[in-house]
Design a binder for this molecule. Structure first.
Ligand code: NAP
Length: 301
């Protein structure tokens, strides 16, 4: 099949592209960086250099594709850009995708959404996934769309490193012994490949993706053991304290508030209610696998 992959050679799109190429598909990878062309070609894909901010570029690139894999990317450091309206930025990209799908005539879409996309409010920063799913859902019924809803990525835990180094603990506005799911981009890529290869896709489908489930206190124990700090603790602070800390670190205030509310929705499992109603089988990459990557990053920083 002729497949378009957005997300360049990012965490999901690199293993996704490698797997699709190995399976004999013709893959075109969209990157905003001309210097990425060589690395894209080295794994056997074609490069389309341009931006997902440009609907005409997307329309031209999508033409003739059997399947498009879509994700919304913002530039590096965007969470610290005080001029960014994250909801408006995602709405614009989603509208570009919708326009390009209609202009190019593509009939099969696999879209990277997220846990929390079923909630229009109370999920903080994740509300943009609700907006994007709704925009794509309005596409004509002959466009088959699978919404991938991965849970929180393991790599988010790399953000714990600064407070472990400075205050000897993981610090957030949620914590405790209730289990929650986490996921590896490797398992997400594998699930996307499965969806792409379904020969008669449903008109609309939602698929949650997770790799492992464990509690914040278990995270502290497993990561602590990996970095030679077996007594590492996960400390819980208030929403207000976290908000003050994120803003002091220079984060865009809208996004900081969105992070605080997203984490608050983890308390009591509100964020995960729909996930547990449609619980997927867990992927292969476990927290103990990620702990090795975490330790390497910890000792390097
Ligand atoms: N973190 C989580 O827990 C979580 C949970 C659920 C869903 N998600 C979603 O996961 C996604 C991130 O996936 P990922 O980790 O695979 O991505 P990633 O590693 O951040 O890679 C995304 C790539 O997209 C490219 N890009 C950036 N801006 C672009 C533009 N304007 N036009 C074209 N390409 C652009 C960049 O590569 P180039 O420099 O080569 O262009 C970038 O490396 C986000 O959409 C997020 O909402 C995250």
């Amino acid at each position: 099949m002729k497949i378009i992959v957005t997300g360049s050679l990012g965490h999901i799109s690199k293993p996704l592209t490698q797997s699709l190429v190995q399976k004999g598909h013709t893959v075109t990878v969209i990157s905003s960086n001309p210097e990425r062309q060589e690395a894209i070609e080295a794994i056997g894909a074609k490069a389309a250099i341009g931006t997902i901010e440009d609907a005409d570029f997307l329309s031209a690139t999508f033409k003739g594709a059997d399947v498009v894999y879509l994700m919304e990317a913002l530039g590096a450091g965007s969470f610290f850009d005080h001029n960014l309206d994250i909801m408006a930025a995602h709405t614009k990209i989603a509208n570009n995708y919708a326009q390009a799908i209609q202009h190019s005539g593509v009939k099969r879409v696999v879209h990277l959404s997220s846990i929390g996309a079923h909630m229009d409010k109370g999920n903080g920063i994740l509300a943009f996934h609700y907006l994007v799913e709704n925009i794509l859902n309005k596409l004509p019924s002959d466009v088959a769309i699978t919404f991938m809803r991965p849970v929180g990525f393991y790599y988010n835990m790399l953000a714990f490193i600064p407070t472990i180094k400075t205050q000897g603990a993981i610090i957030s506005n949620y914590g405790g012994d209730d289990q929650e799911p986490w996921v590896s981009p490797i398992d997400i890529a594998a699930a996307i490949v499965e969806e792409i290869e379904i020969s008669q896709p449903e008109h609309r489908k939602i698929r949650y993706v997770a790799s492992d489930e464990f509690s914040p206190n278990e995270v502290a124990r497993i990561l602590g053991e990996a970095i030679d700090k077996p007594d590492l603790k996960w400390l819980v602070i208030t929403d207000e304290e976290l908000l003050v800390g994120l803003k002091a670190a220079g984060m865009n205030p809208q996004i900081a508030a969105g992070f605080v509310e997203m984490n608050a929705s983890r308390r009591g499992g509100i964020l995960y209610q729909d996930y547990y109603r449609h619980k997927p089988s867990l992927g292969k990459v476990k927290l103990t696998d990620f702990a090795k990557e975490f330790a390497a990053a910890f000792f390097k920083s």
